[in-house]
Design a protein around this ligand. Sequence first.
Ligand code: SIN
Ligand code: FE2
Length: 216
Amino acid sequence: MLDLFAEEPAWREPLADGAAILWRFAIRDASALLAAIETLSAQAPFRHMVTPGGYSMAVAMTNCGASGWVSSRSGYCYTACDPLTGAPWPKMPPLFLTLAVAAARAAGYENFHPDACLINRYSPGAKLSLHQDKDEYHFDAPIVSVSLGLPAIFQFGGLRRADPLSRHYLDHGDVAVWGGSSRLFYHGIAPLKNGHHPEAGAWRYNLTFRRAAKEE
Ligand code: SIN
Ligand code: FE2
């Protein structure tokens, strides 16, 4: 009998159909990614965006790439310019793009062309409530999510908010990818525990790569 699981390398853990964690996939790039976040956030600062309901988000965010995710009183959308500075979002560094494309490929997605990289910054206590990523024009491209700095518990559910959650400890350099039939699965981040990371201090950073806009 063909044992499909025997084909699965130790660094890749399937989460659901179309979804996997690539353990430490970004570890060799991690220091350079953190340095790039520093440079990018000098141009487009981290800010606590306001939700449509009027709450300030616990996670601080910024973006790079042609499209940047924005939340405000009027809703969620992607914009070409940073509403804070009026300037276009900083370009996506080649290192980011190469990593995102390689991670997508390692999870079974060829030809991933991300135009958006949301940069999340969590301090201890910050969480990201269960949500679906559904502000993108196409849902045929996967989501590639890179964890840096302090570890966090990633919650991964199903198509309905009430679906059971699996919990995964994501550490510095780990990458989660979901797409295909799990593209719209609910997911979130549990409140970050206190800690100190040798390279990132008291922060967790997350890079979320997406294909957001209609056109190439
Ligand atoms: C997200 O869902 O956009 C981010 C998830 C994470 O921080 O790992
Ligand atoms: Fe998300």
